[in-house]
Write a protein that binds this ligand. Structure first.
Ligand code: PGA
Length: 249
């Protein structure tokens, strides 16, 4: 069985380096007493914290929240895969709904996926649908399929390229466009099963308002191979409880 994956998406938090240092050290310490053979933990902090966190973390792996599709050159404000590689990062979130809301589209997401794979970073591709809860499963599947096809065009899975896909329905995210309510474990399992049929070699996780209360019932669905955690990953005890839930069931 693939190790379950819990990813902290810190977004533009915490406000200071000191807090980032303290939070990550506490999480690392919390992992000491856990069975780490069943779960892999990743923190995706803002870029600016990478130089410090890379020296602090031993059990936790590092990732980033976005990357440029370009290799180098005149791209103001962007950071390349090669630059990220210097900081011992292994993962990159690509196509998050908060980036799609800024205008990022399938073709650009696809170029970023290729850039990440070329530089041996594992993409965590986010797919999801709409801001309303009222869509049917069939409608969601149709849009998720299109997002997968666009994002993964030309990717060669036979080369053992590792890929994680996060099913993140936009309405379920805790802030911004979301309602703050996770989907039911059954809904998440159904969509994840569907994504696994479409992309059998990917590890598929769920994201959207995961917290210590709903983590056990989400984790009880074996098909859910982990979680992408935003808000709750900024609270030490919440995040540790989520990791525990996914490492125990
Ligand atoms: P949330 O965020 O856990 O705060 O809903 C998840 C995400 O946006 O990746």
């Amino acid at each position: 069985m693939i190790k379950r994956l819990i990813v902290a998406n810190w977004k533009m938090n915490p406000p200071s380096l000191e807090e980032a240092r303290e939070l990550s050290s506490r999480i690392e310490h919390g992992l000491l007493t856990m069975d780490r053979t069943k779960v892999e933990v990743v923190i995706c902090p803002p870029f600016v914290f990478l130089p410090i966190l890379r020296h602090l973390l031993h059990f936790i792996r590092l990732g980033v929240q976005d990357v440029s599709a370009e290799e180098m050159g005149s791209f103001t404000g962007q950071v390349s895969v090669r630059q990220i590689g210097e900081f011992n990062c292994h993962f990159v979130i690509i196509g998050h709904s908060e980036r799609r809301a800024l205008g990022e589209k399938g073709q650009l997401i696809n170029r970023k996926i290729h850039a990440a794979i070329k530089h041996k970073l594992e993409p965590i591709l986010c797919v999801g649908f709409g801001t309303k809860k009222s869509f049917t499963i069939a409608q969601i599947k149709r849009v998720v399929k299109k997002q997968l096809q666009e994002a993964l065009k030309g990717v060669n899975f036979r080369k053992k390229n590792r890929l994680t896909i996060a099913y993140e329905p936009v309405w379920a995210i805790s802030q911004g466009l979301g309602t703050g309510r996770a989907v039911s474990p059954g809904h998440a399992a159904k969509l994840i099963e569907y994504i696994k049929l479409e992309v059998p070699s990917a590890r598929v996780i769920y994201g959207g308002s995961i917290d210590s209360k709903n983590a056990p019932s989400l984790a009880a669905q074996k098909v859910i191979e982990g979680g992408l955690v935003g808000g709750a990953s900024l609270h030490f005890s919440e995040f540790i409880a989520i990791i525990k839930a996914f490492s125990q069931s």
